[in-house]
Write a protein that binds this ligand. Structure first.
Ligand SMILES: CC(C)(COP(=O)(O)OP(=O)(O)OC[C@H]1O[C@@H](n2cnc3c(N)ncnc32)[C@H](O)[C@@H]1OP(=O)(O)O)[C@@H](O)C(=O)NCCC(=O)NCCS
Length: 138
């Protein structure tokens, strides 16, 4: 298995991997310096990906990573693919001086909960809650 960062020209990889993978916004996404898309490949087949954003901060560390999506193809799960993706994400983060990443999930998502635990993740607050605000766009 190899893991590499995707960039311009890799749109077909994302289209093969991700739910609702096809989007006219993909080129912008893949070109963004602070948008990190990593994919895992077995031979030439993409089998997993992670999408993270480098968020600039006002104080303390200059930036943190927000891991927005991670997914491994159903037939490839439980073989260390997500672990390899997060390993490469960490390497890349460290090379940029980024010391922390955070990710949101559902407590009911056992594979994800176990994955983040296995990576050494911690839950800083038991009562964290996610709120969404909807904006109407005319
Ligand atoms: C969550 C997900 C990305 C994990 O990917 P993966 O490649 O299977 O994970 P790994 O093989 O690297 O697993 C690493 C560790 O996580 C834990 N883990 C992963 N999947 C697990 C499962 N189904 N049940 C229990 N533990 C699990 C284990 O501790 C595992 O180590 P082990 O196999 O040596 O016991 C994958 O299940 C997935 O794509 N799910 C659907 C999308 C999703 O829910 N994404 C997360 C949204 S926040």
């Amino acid at each position: 298995m190899i893991v590499r960062r995707l960039g311009p020209g890799d749109e077909p990889v994302v289209e093969r991997l991700a739910e609702q993978g096809s989007s006219p916004r993909l080129p912008d996404l893949l070109a963004g310096e602070r948008t990190i898309v990593l994919a895992a490949f077995e031979r030439d087949e993409p089998i997993g990906f992670v999408l993270a954003y480098e968020l600039l901060r006002r104080h303390g560390d200059a930036s943190h990573l927000f891991v927005y999506e991670v997914g491994v193809a159903a037939g490839w799960r439980r073989r260390g693919v997500a672990t390899a993706l997060f390993g490469e994400l960490e390497r890349l983060a460290r090379s940029r001086g980024i010391r922390r990443a955070f990710v949101l999930t559902n407590a009911a998502n056992e594979p994800a909960m176990r994955l983040y635990d296995s990576l050494g993740g911690v839950r800083p607050n038991d009562d964290d809650v996610l709120w969404e605000l909807e904006y109407r766009v005319d």
